[in-house]
Design a protein around this ligand. Structure first.
Ligand code: MRU
Length: 341
C-alpha cells in the first residue's frame, strides 16, 4: 500500500508540501511553503517536526532556496543559498538532522559548474534524502521488530512515527514492522506536554493504521510500570552524542523509571541522528516559548508574571539505554559507535 508522505517537494511549482501537524487531530490539512522564511516558520511552530522529517525539510529547503534564487552569477548564487541554509539550520538547533539534511544538499551542489546545474543537483540530492529516509525507517523497523515479543505492551513518548519522518517512523516504525510481522502489540502513548505530540499525533497515526493505542498523561507512566503493565519502552531521538540520547522532554524520566523496574528502554534512530563527536555537555537544548506551558487550548493556566521553564528536549545517559536500533544494526553496551560510522 502506498504510504502517505509527511512532506514532499512539488517540482512544477517549486514548493514544499507538508501535513500541517499543528492542526491534527482536529483536521487534516496539507500546507505549502515557497520561501525559506515560510519553511522556517513551519519548523519553528512544529507544523513540520520530528528529527528525520527535519532532515528532509532541511534538504528540501536548500533545494527550494537554490531553485527560487534569482541570482545569475555563480558566486552570488552560492552565497545566497548558503546564508539561507545557515539561517534555516538555526531554527531548531538541538535536532541534528536538520543541519545534516542541509549540509548534505550543500555538498551535493558543490561540484556543479553553473547555476543551472547547481539547481538540478540540489533537487536531485534533496529527493534522494527523502527517498532514503523512507528506506532507512523500514530497515530500522525490520531490525527493531525482533526486540518486541508477541503479545506485548510498549510505552512511547512524543511522536517518532510516520509524522516525524518522511513515512513509517523510527520508534513507531519498529512497532509497525512488528505488527506487520504478525505480532500482537499494544501501545501506551504518553500525551507529551506541553504540545501533546503523543496525544495528538501518535494516537492519530496508530489509530489510523488500526494499531491498538491508549493515551496516558506523562505522569501516569511510572505507576503503569510499577503495576507491570509496560513490557518495554521505545522512543526516537533528536541527537545521540557519545554519552547520551537527546529526545523530547520527559524521555529521561521514563528511562529512569524503566531502569528501576527492569523494563528494557529502546531508542530507534537513523545514523544521521548521531553526533559522533559531541558529548552531552556540548549540546544546547532549545528553550521554547512561555505560552506553550502557560496556556492550555487557548486558556491561561498560570498567573501573569509567574515564570515557566520550557526546555524542548532532555538528555538520557547511555547507561539507562538497553539498545539503540539503527538501519546499520543494533547497538548495546558498550555502545561502540564505530560499528555504524
Ligand atoms: O519537538 P518535536 O516534536 O520535533 O520533538 C520530536 C521528538 O522528540 C521525537 O521523539 C524525535 O524527533 C524523534 S522522531 C523520529
Amino acid at each position: 500500500m502506498e504510504q502517505q508522505k509527511t512532506l514532499w517537494y512539488e517540482r512544477d511549482t517549486d514548493s514544499i508540501a507538508y501535513i500541517d501537524e499543528t492542526v491534527l487531530p482536529v483536521s487534516f490539512e496539507i500546507a505549502r511553503c515557497t520561501t525559506i522564511a515560510e519553511l522556517g516558520t513551519a519548523i519553528k511552530t512544529l507544523a513540520i517536526r520530528g528529527a528525520p522529517a527535519l532532515g528532509v525539510a532541511g534538504a528540501f529547503g536548500v533545494a527550494l532556496a537554490a531553485r527560487r534564487s534569482k541570482e545569475t552569477g555563480y558566486k552570488e548564487f552560492i552565497h545566497q543559498v548558503q546564508s539561507e541554509a545557515e539561517w534555516l539550520s538555526s531554527t531548531r538547533p538541538t535536532a541534528v538532522n536538520l543541519s545534516w539534511g542541509i549540509g548534505r544538499v550543500l555538498i551535493g551542489m558543490r561540484d556543479a559548474g553553473s547555476v543551472h546545474e547547481a539547481k538540478e543537483a540540489a533537487l536531485s540530492e534533496a529527493l534522494a534524502v527523502a527517498r532514503e529516509d523512507a528506506i532507512i525507517c523500514r530497515k530500522i523497523g525490520q531490525l527493531g521488530a525482533e526486540l518486541l515479543p508477541d503479545h506485548c505492551t510498549v510505552l512511547t513518548h512524543c511522536n517518532a512515527g510516520a509524522l516525524a519522518c518522511s513515512e513509517w517512523g523510527t520508534a513507531l516504525g519498529v512497532i509497525r514492522s512488528a505488527v506487520d510481522a504478525g505480532k500482537d502489540v499494544s501501545v501506551i502513548a504518553c500525551e507529551t506536554r506541553p504540545l501533546l505530540q503523543g496525544a495528538r499525533l501518535t494516537s492519530w497515526e496508530l489509530a489510523r493504521d488500526n494499531i491498538s493505542v491508549t493515551v496516558i498523561t506523562d505522569s501516569m507512566a511510572a505507576t503503569l510500570m510499577r503495576k507491570g503493565e509496560i513490557g518495554s519502552v521505545i522512543v526516537g531521538a533528536d541527537r545521540i552524542t557519545r554519552d547520551a540520547v537527546f529526545n523530547k522532554i520527559g524521555t529521561y524520566m521514563h528511562a529512569v523509571c524503566a531502569k528501576y523496574h527492569n523494563i528494557p528502554f529502546y531508542v530507534a534512530a537513523p545514523v544521521s541522528t548521531f553526533d559522533f563527536k559531541g558529548m552531552e555537555a556540548d549540546i544546547i537544548i532549545e528553550e521554547r516559548g512561555r505560552e506553550e506551558v502557560a496556556s492550555f487550548f487557548g486558556r491561561n493556566t498560570i498567573p501573569d508574571g509567574v515564570p515557566v521553564k520550557n526546555p524542548g528536549f532532555d538528555a538520557t545517559p547511555l547507561a539507562l539505554v538497553s539498545a539503540i536500533v539503527t538501519e546499520k544494526g543494533i547497538l548495546s553496551e558498550p555502545f561502540d559507535m564505530r560499528q555504524i560510522m
